[in-house]
Design a protein around this ligand. Structure first.
Ligand SMILES: [Zn+2]
Length: 265
């Protein structure tokens, strides 16, 4: 699933294409799934923002078109075999491709996220200046869930999914089954630094394109952060820090990758 670095990469590439242009219309093949998105038609794009894994087209008239790419969705500048929605802008067309149809588009009054509970409850943006280790500690203190599950909820911090949660926990040397509100402050500081470091590097490399090729940039090119994954998808390989074999376990129903030496319970 596209996570913060992938969505940020899409945002950076699409912003010059759509900002300042009018969205002339949306065409789609699935009235139920994309109902309400049509309300965005006819409005000019003021800004293209990102919040966690959500892409937000800020439109004139205080309306927002919210796009969640789901499991396999992508916004592309060329039409694909799984194009579900065509977004016609003045002078450009953007195609929402979504083979597995888990993606969502929705138009809402600006800032009104009642219909999008994950977005409404979302924690701070990890790459914002104001995101401190203290802010992360305060958020982790509210939950007795295990770290991996807490991070995937988006509530302690926005934008992490399975890949970047595993990578950040490895970098911070924290076991994903540790209880979120039982961390020492020094451990939270390590996690804070790791989350920012991993995400910054992944944004620099255009995100991660996995073997399924589901995520690509809007121009069809891959991201390159997968080359630097330390643990994600690397069960059976050697830990790049200590050489111990990476293990895969299941936590909260999600596959999780750890180094049993670097990340002790
Ligand atoms: Zn290790």
């Amino acid at each position: 699933m596209p996570e913060l670095p992938e969505v940020e990469t899409v945002r950076r590439m699409l912003a010059p294409v759509v900002v300042g242009r009018r969205l002339l219309g949306l065409e789609h093949d699935d009235p139920a799934r994309y109902r309400g998105a049509e309300g965005a038609a006819g409005r000019r794009v003021r800004a293209l923002r990102r919040r966690g894994k959500y892409l937000i087209f800020a439109l004139e008239g205080r309306l927002e078109l919210i796009v969640h790419l789901g499991m396999s969705g992508s916004l592309r500048l060329d039409e694909g075999t799984h194009t579900r929605v065509r977004l016609e802008f003045e002078g450009a067309t953007v195609f929402f491709n979504d083979p597995r149809r888990f993606g969502r588009l929705r138009a809402v009054p600006a800032g009104d996220y009642r219909a999008l509970p994950t977005l409404a409850r979302m924690g701070p943006e990890p790459l914002d200046r104001g995101f401190t280790a203290r802010a992360l500690a305060a958020r982790l203190a509210r939950t007795s869930r295990v770290l991996k599950t807490a991070l995937l909820s988006q509530e302690p911090v926005a934008g992490l999914g399975n890949i970047y949660a595993d990578e950040a926990l490895w970098k911070a040397r924290l076991h994903p089954a540790r209880i979120a509100n039982a961390l020492a402050f020094e451990e939270v500081q390590r996690l804070h630094r790791a989350v920012r470091g991993v995400l910054r590097r992944a944004v620099d490399l255009g995100g991660s394109t996995l073997g399924d090729g589901a995520y690509t940039r809007p121009d069809g090119e891959p991201g390159y952060f997968q080359i630097e994954h330390a643990v994600y998808g690397r069960a059976g390989e050697a830990c790049p820090r200590c050489g111990r074999t990476i293990e895969r376990l299941v936590l909260g129903g999600r596959s999780t990758h750890v180094c049993p030496r670097c990340q002790r319970r």
